[in-house]
Design a protein around this ligand. Sequence first.
Ligand code: NDP
Length: 498
Amino acid sequence: MAGRKMLIGGEENQSNVEDEAHYDFDLFVIGAGSGGVRAARFSANFGAKVGICELPFHPISSEVIGGVGGTCVIRGCVPKKILVYGGAFGGELEDAKSFGWELNEKIDFNWKKLLQKKTDEIIRLNNIYKRLLSNAGVKLYEGEGRIVGPNEVQVTQIDGTKLSYSAKHILIATGSRAQRPNIPGQELAITSDEALSLEEFPKRVVILGGGYISVEFASIWRGMGANVDLCFRKELPLRGFDDEMRAAVARNLEGRGVQVHPRTTLTELVKTDRGVMARTDHGEEIEADVVLFATGRSPNTKRLNLEAVGVELDQTGAVKVDEYSRTSVPTIWAIGDVTNRMNLTPVALMEGTCFAKTVFGGQNIKPDYNYIACAVFSIPPLAVVGLSEEQAIEQANGDILVFTSSFNPMKNTISQRQEKTIMKLVVDAETDKVLGASMCGPDAPEIMQGIAIALKCGATKAQFDSTVGIHPSAAEEFVTMREASRRVPGAGKPKTNL
Ligand code: NDP
């Protein structure tokens, strides 16, 4: 595409990719996960010649990390959500009895069957992602990528063959991987990689960590009938989320039979005849079939040779980038978890799109991190957008109005399940602008996506109030919270009582 002019958004833009005939590619992407595939396809659609490399993956074994589709598709969001659906049937079957279903025969859960279905789906999606790349004209190399110069990538194939390619631009999109706490016997624990492919259903599980993955797997395995002990260091799980929502998640986990151990960590794992013994810092010993570490993820930068070519990393090992995802080396860019900005698949997609538009589309577009909704797929789930109450108080100049609703969902009135749905809106008292919304309850992620659009448009509480609800639904509660539960001053301001 040397010297070619492109018409984008009605304007003629001079392509950034000019006079690069001596390069093998306009762009070479290392890592074909969500962000890498998006950036490669969009760049190719803008006319760039694109190569991408990714390791081949084995659908069952988690020994080889890789696979076109990346963490989200192969060993993250997608297989996890399939297991969440599987786990949710446990509670649904209990509730069904109150709705007239006679479940007289013994009900069994077949883990192997679900895992096979999950694996079939992952293989299907992996093939779709490969097809997306080839349909866009992107050349895929199955091997491990390494940067050997500002315009040079080396790909080592599984048989050890090394291939070298030059590219005008290089994009690092290698994601992140699970990290393990360094305690004696840590090798006896698994991470979410293996948890998604366990051959046998674990009847007794100990989980360490209070983040997304620990809470989601506690819900999955408990829903399928396992005994689950969940240990985390803080008073409540899900640090960073709204405190009331964190308490609701903890309550719901306990209500569904998860044994919750707050302010607890594991100090040692020991192999036993029947499994693994996990010791806690309170001196407890809990024997389990499986111990899961869900203690965060770290950026995949170790084997890329980045320091040698001058790409700067931060103290967590993440690639440092500017607002446009450019690294300290002008020809090298990075997106997704490897940059440790906001580690979510849709964010990597946004960063990949902005990269392609900026570098090959002639438009300078920065990722916009405002009002990104996210969800924790616990059972029931938690979803949020914008500021939590604590963040709003910390960041606000003036007073904050907090509207809350805690109610028994209609379905629970019949099933007698003791589980409240909790909702919250945080509003700027002066401007009436809704700063944040949270919900813990059935369908929260599906509801929150729509609320996110409203907040992104700058919706006020008055506009929420003037919206007519859908009845009977839980979602209508978001437009009928009339009275504020409390008024709190922003940090440093005197408290104003309602
Ligand atoms: P998180 O960062 O969400 O949570 C890590 C947890 O591990 C925290 O509770 C932390 O405790 C605890 N922890 C860290 N180190 C130790 C240690 N040495 N000993 C004991 N506890 C420790 O990580 P996850 O692994 O759950 O998930 C990784 C990332 O994957 C998430 O941050 C998210 O970006 C992404 N993800 C997103 C999902 C979604 O969108 N639904 C689902 C799954 C993953 P403390 O709070 O005390 O520091």
